[in-house]
Ligand binder design. Structure first.
Ligand code: BGC
Ligand code: BGC
Length: 825
C-alpha cells in the first residue's frame, strides 16, 4: 500500500514535470530570488499610525479612488472633485490644455488645479492630494528648455554611477520646479534583442551595469530617505520599471512575451530591482509584457510573492498605460485581477471612470478582499507621506527658472562626452587638427529632433522644431565653435556639397526618433531601403576627403558598409540637448592636443550582421577605442546575413514609389486584377492607370488615374497582421498624397473588409498640394473590421473619375480626435 502510494506520487510528479517542460512555468519560486528591503525610513511607526487612522475614516469609494490614475487628457479638475482618484499622469502625448509646448509655469498651474480639486474630493471626509507623474526619462523631457540628457543607452556607455546620481538630482530639480513630484524612471530593462524599439531606454545588455546604475539613479532622484522626514522639496519619487523582463521578450517585440526559465529571469532581468528597492525606490511599474505567456500585470507570484515579499518592497506598484486590460478576462474598465495580483495603482488614462465603478462594485461584492485594498491604499499613502503631501499639497519648491540652468546643462554636456564610443579611427583622423577646414554634413548634424530621440516633447519625439529646444545646442553648433577656437572653420552642408575642398568631413546621421513599439524593427540593418547616408559617405570618400561618421541611434545597428566608408566611426547614441559634448572629444585644441579622450565603452554588443539577437558581435560589450590606444579596423563584410525584405513590416505599406515588402500593390477592375510591378501598369479593362512619377525625388510616387468608365481600385495587401496595439494607441491610416483631380463619384477607402466613404475628405484635400489624410483605425473597427487580421490595409475604389499621386501609406499615432467618415455598407 505504502509502495503503491509512493509510486503514484512519483507518477504525478513526473507528469507535472512533463507538463512544465511543454508549457514553461510562469509561477516564480521566491526562494530563488535575491532578497532586498525598502529602507525602514519608508515605514516609520508614526507615519504608519497616521495611515492607519486615515484608512479607518475612508469610504470604499475613497479607497478605490486612491488606486486609480487618470491622464490629464481624459479628466478635468472638476471631474476630480467628484471622483476621488489618487493620481494623475501626463502621458507622452499629453500636455497642459492640449499644448505639448507648455511652459514650466503652465505645468505648475495645471498641477495645482488638479491638486486643489483633489483636496475638495470627498469634502468633509478626507482631502488627500493627488500624486502627479510624468515620464522624465532623459531629463524633464516633456518640457521645452529642459536639460535633456543622453538616453540611457548612452549613459550605459559612460559606465559612471556617480554621473548617473548627478543626472538624477538635476532631473529631480527640474521636475520639482514645475510642481511635479514623480517621474516614471529609471527603466531597468536589460534588453537582449535590440530590435526592440525601447532598447535605448535600457542602460545595458548586461545586468551588472544596470544594477550599479539602479540605486544611483534612485538616490539622485529621491535623495537618501530618512526616517520621520519627507524627501527634500527639490527631489521627486522615482519608478523602477518595467517589472519584469520588458527587455527579454521574444524577437524584441514590445509588450511581448519573455519566454525564459526562472533562472534567467533572476540572473539577467531582475538585478536592477533589489538595488533600486534597497536605495528606497518609492514606486515600481509593472511591465506590459508577459513571462511565459502570463501578463505581468496579473502575475501574483511576481508582483506579490517576489517583489513585495521576497524583495521587501514597501512602496507602490503602478500599472502601465491600460496594461491591466491585457490580462485575459479583463478589460481596461473592469479588472479586479490586477489588484488581486498585487498591483496598487492602475494606470487607467482614459478608462478611469469605468474602472472606478467596476472596482467599487468588486470590493463591495467581495471580489477584492478589503485587506488587499487597504494594503494598496496604505502603500499609496506611504508614498504621499514620504513626499510630504499626505494631508496637504507639497510645497512647490524652486522656480521654473531652474529648468535648463547652466550648471544642469553642463552635466548633460559631460554625459554626452562620456557616452561617445569610438569604434574606428584609421589613420588617426580624429581628433580634428587645429586650423582644419571641416565640412559638417548629414541630416543629423544640425538637428535637435534627431539627436534627442523619442520621449522628447512628444511621445515619439517627432514633429519638434528648433524652437522646442531653447537651451539646445546641435552637434554642428558645438563643432563649429570648437573648430573656430582651434583656428579652423567648419561649414554646414547637409547634402555634403562643397565649393572649397575640405580637409575632413564629419557626417552626422542615423535613426529618426521613435518610442515604444513604433521603434520595433524586423532586422538590425541600419538603412535597408535607400542607404542614402552610405551614398553620402562614399561620395565624400571618392573625392579623397577623410570621413568621420557620427552615428546617432537608439541601438547598435548593422552598419558595416557605413563603417567601411568611414575613416573614423563614433557611436553617439541619442545625446540629447547638449551637442557640444561631441566636439569636446572630437576636436583638438590649438596645440593639437585632444581636449578630452574617449572613455565610453559599448554597453551593448555591436552586430556583425543584421540578424538579432547578436551572437558573434563585430565589437563586443566593453569595446571602445581611445586616442591613447589605437587600433586599425580592416574592411568588413557587407553581407547582411538575413533576408531583409522578407522581414515583416506591419506599419509601413507604401513609400518611395513602391509597396514595401512584404506588402504588394494590385490594381483591379471588372476585368480582373494585376500586380503593380512595372513602372506603368493599367488594370485589365483599362479603368485605372498607374505610373511612377517624381514628387520630390526620382520615381518616389505613383500617379493613379481612374477614367470614370466603371469601378476600379488599387490596393495594398500582405500577410494578415494583428493591429490591436495600434488600434489601442490611437493610430490612424495615414495617406500622404496629392489629389490631382477631385472625385466625380463616390470614393471608398477600405481597411480589411470594411469601407468608409471618403469622398468628402478627398474633395477637401487641396488640389495640387501634397497633404496627409488621416483616418483613425477606430473608425474601421467601429465599422466592424477585424483588426486582429488585416491583410488589406489599403484599398481605394471609385466608379467615377479621380486622379491622385500617392507618396506614402502607413500607420501613425495621432493626437487629434478626427471624426469618422461615413461607413459604406
Ligand atoms: C510606457 C511607460 C510610461 C507610460 C506613461 C507607457 O506606454 O510603457 O514607460 O511610463 O506609458 O507614459
Ligand atoms: C501616450 C504615452 C503612452 C502610449 C501608450 C500614448 O498615447 O501619450 O504616454 O506611453 O500612448 O502606448
Amino acid at each position: 500500500m505504502v509502495r503503491l502510494v509512493t509510486l503514484l506520487a512519483g507518477l504525478a510528479t513526473s507528469a507535472v514535470a512533463i507538463a512544465a517542460a511543454a508549457q514553461p512555468s510562469a509561477v516564480a519560486n521566491p526562494a530563488n530570488w535575491p532578497r532586498a528591503s525598502s529602507p525602514a525610513a519608508i515605514t516609520d511607526a508614526r507615519t504608519e499610525a497616521r495611515i492607519t487612522a486615515l484608512l479607518g475614516r475612508m469610504t470604499v469609494e475613497q479607497k478605490v479612488g486612491q488606486t486609480i490614475q487618470a491622464d490629464i487628457t481624459a479628466i478635468t479638475p472638476a471631474e476630480l472633485e467628484r471622483y476621488p482618484l489618487g493620481s494623475i499622469l501626463a502621458g507622452g502625448n499629453s500636455g497642459p490644455n492640449g499644448n505639448e509646448r507648455a511652459s514650466g509655469t503652465e505645468w505648475r498651474t495645471l498641477v495645482a488645479q488638479y491638486r486643489a480639486a483633489s483636496m475638495k474630493a470627498g469634502e468633509g471626509r478626507m482631502p488627500i492630494p493627488i500624486l502627479f507623474g510624468v515620464d522624465a526619462v532623459h531629463g524633464h523631457s516633456n518640457l521645452p528648455g529642459a536639460t535633456l540628457f543622453p538616453h540611457n543607452i548612452g549613459l550605459g556607455a559612460a559606465n559612471d554611477p556617480d554621473l548617473i546620481r548627478r543626472i538624477g538630482a538635476v532631473t529631480a530639480i527640474e521636475v520639482a520646479a514645475t510642481g511635479i513630484e514623480w517621474t516614471f524612471a529609471p527603466t531597468l530593462a536589460v534588453p537582449q534583442d535590440t530590435r526592440w524599439g525601447r532598447s535605448y531606454e535600457g542602460y545595458a545588455e548586461r545586468p551588472e551595469l544596470v544594477k550599479s546604475y539602479a540605486g544611483a539613479m534612485i538616490l539622485g532622484l529621491q535623495g537618501q530617505l530618512k526616517a520621520g522626514q519627507t524627501i527634500a522639496a527639490d527631489r521627486v519619487a522615482g519608478t523602477a520599471k518595467h517589472f519584469l523582463a520588458d527587455g527579454g521578450t521574444l524577437g524584441g517585440k514590445d509588450q511581448g512575451d519573455a519566454v525564459v526559465g526562472e533562472p534567467d529571469l533572476v540572473r539577467i532581468h531582475a538585478p536592477g530591482y533589489p538595488a533600486a528597492i534597497d536605495a528606497g525606490s518609492l514606486t515600481v511599474m509593472a511591465s506590459f509584457s508577459a513571462w511565459n505567456g502570463v501578463k505581468n500585470h496579473g502575475n501574483k507570484s511576481l508582483l506579490t510573492d517576489v517583489l513585495k515579499d521576497r524583495m521587501g518592497f514597501q512602496g507602490l506598484v503602478v500599472g502601465d498605460w491600460n496594461g491591466h486590460g491585457q490580462i485575459p478576462g479583463c478589460t481596461t474598465t473592469n479588472c479586479a485581477a490586477a489588484l488581486n495580483a498585487g498591483l496598487d495603482l492602475y494606470m487607467a488614462p482614459d478608462s478611469w471612470k469605468g474602472l472606478f465603478e467596476s472596482l467599487t462594485a468588486d470590493v463591495k461584492a467581495g471580489r477584492v478582499p478589503m485587506a488587499r485594498l487597504d494594503d494598496a491604499v496604505r502603500r499609496i499613502l506611504r508614498v504621499k507621506a514620504k513626499l510630504g503631501m499626505l494631508e496637504q499639497p507639497r510645497a512647490v519648491p524652486g522656480s521654473p527658472a531652474l529648468v535648463g540652468a547652466p550648471e544642469h546643462l553642463a552635466v548633460a554636456r559631460e554625459a554626452v562626452a562620456k557616452s561617445l564610443v569610438l569604434l574606428k579611427n584609421n589613420g588617426s583622423v580624429l581628433p580634428i587638427k587645429p586650423g582644419a577646414r571641416v565640412l559638417v554634413a548629414g541630416d543629423g548634424a544640425d538637428n535637435l529632433t534627431k539627436q534627442s530621440g523619442g520621449w522628447t516633447i512628444t511621445w515619439q519625439g517627432t514633429e519638434t522644431t528648433p524652437a522646442d529646444f531653447p537651451n539646445g545646442r546641435s552637434i554642428y553648433a558645438g563643432i563649429k565653435d570648437a573648430v573656430a577656437a582651434a583656428g579652423g572653420n567648419a561649414t554646414l552642408s547637409r547634402d555634403g556639397s562643397w565649393s572649397t575642398k575640405p580637409d575632413v568631413a564629419i557626417v552626422v546621421y542615423g535613426e529618426d526618433p521613435y518610442a515604444e513599439f513604433q521603434g520595433d524593427v524586423p532586422t538590425l540593418d541600419y538603412q535597408p531601403a535607400g542607404a542614402t547616408d552610405l551614398a553620402l559617405l562614399r561620395k565624400l570618400k571618392a573625392a579623397g576627403i577623410p570621413v568621420v561618421s557620427v552615428f546617432l541611434s537608439g541601438r547598435p545597428l548593422w552598419t558595416n558598409p557605413e563603417i567601411n566608408a568611414s575613416d573614423a566611426f563614433v557611436a553617439a547614441w541619442l545625446p540629447g540637448s547638449q551637442g557640444d559634448g561631441v566636439a569636446d572629444v572630437l576636436v583638438a585644441d590649438r596645440g593639437g592636443k585632444a581636449r578630452r579622450d574617449f572613455t565610453g565603452k559599448l554597453s551593448f554588443s555591436w552586430p556583425n550582421t543584421a540578424a538579432a539577437p547578436v551572437k558573434a558581435p563585430l565589437f563586443p560589450y566593453g569595446y571602445g577605442l581611445t586616442y591613447a590606444a589605437r587600433a586599425q579596423v580592416r574592411p568588413l563584410s557587407e553581407v547582411p546575413g538575413v533576408d531583409i525584405a522578407a522581414a515583416l513590416n506591419v506599419e509601413r505599406y507604401f513609400a518611395a514609389g513602391r509597396a514595401l515588402a512584404p506588402w504588394t500593390m494590385t490594381v483591379s477592375d471588372a476585368g480582373g486584377a494585376r500586380p503593380v510591378e512595372a513602372s506603368a501598369v493599367t488594370s485589365p479593362s483599362g479603368v485605372v492607370a498607374i505610373r511612377s512619377v517624381d514628387l520630390t525625388a526620382q520615381e518616389d510616387a505613383k500617379q493613379i488615374v481612374w477614367n470614370g468608365q466603371g469601378n476600379g481600385s488599387v490596393s495594398l495587401s500582405g500577410p494578415a497582421a494583428d493591429l490591436s496595439r495600434q488600434l489601442n494607441n490611437a493610430f490612424a491610416l495615414a495617406i500622404n498624397w496629392r489629389v490631382d483631380r477631385a472625385p466625380t463619384g463616390r470614393t471608398v477607402l477600405s481597411f480589411g473588409d470594411r469601407g468608409l466613404d471618403i469622398t468628402a475628405l478627398v474633395r477637401a484635400a487641396a488640389p495640387s498640394k501634397v497633404v496627409t489624410t488621416y483616418v483613425p483605425l477606430r473608425c474601421f473597427a467601429a465599422a466592424g473590421a477585424d483588426i486582429t487580421k488585416i491583410g488589406y490595409p489599403f484599398t481605394l475604389a471609385t466608379e467615377g473619375a479621380l486622379g491622385v499621386t500617392l507618396s506614402s501609406v502607413r500607420l501613425e499615432a495621432v493626437t487629434s480626435g478626427d471624426s469618422c467618415p461615413p461607413v459604406v455598407r
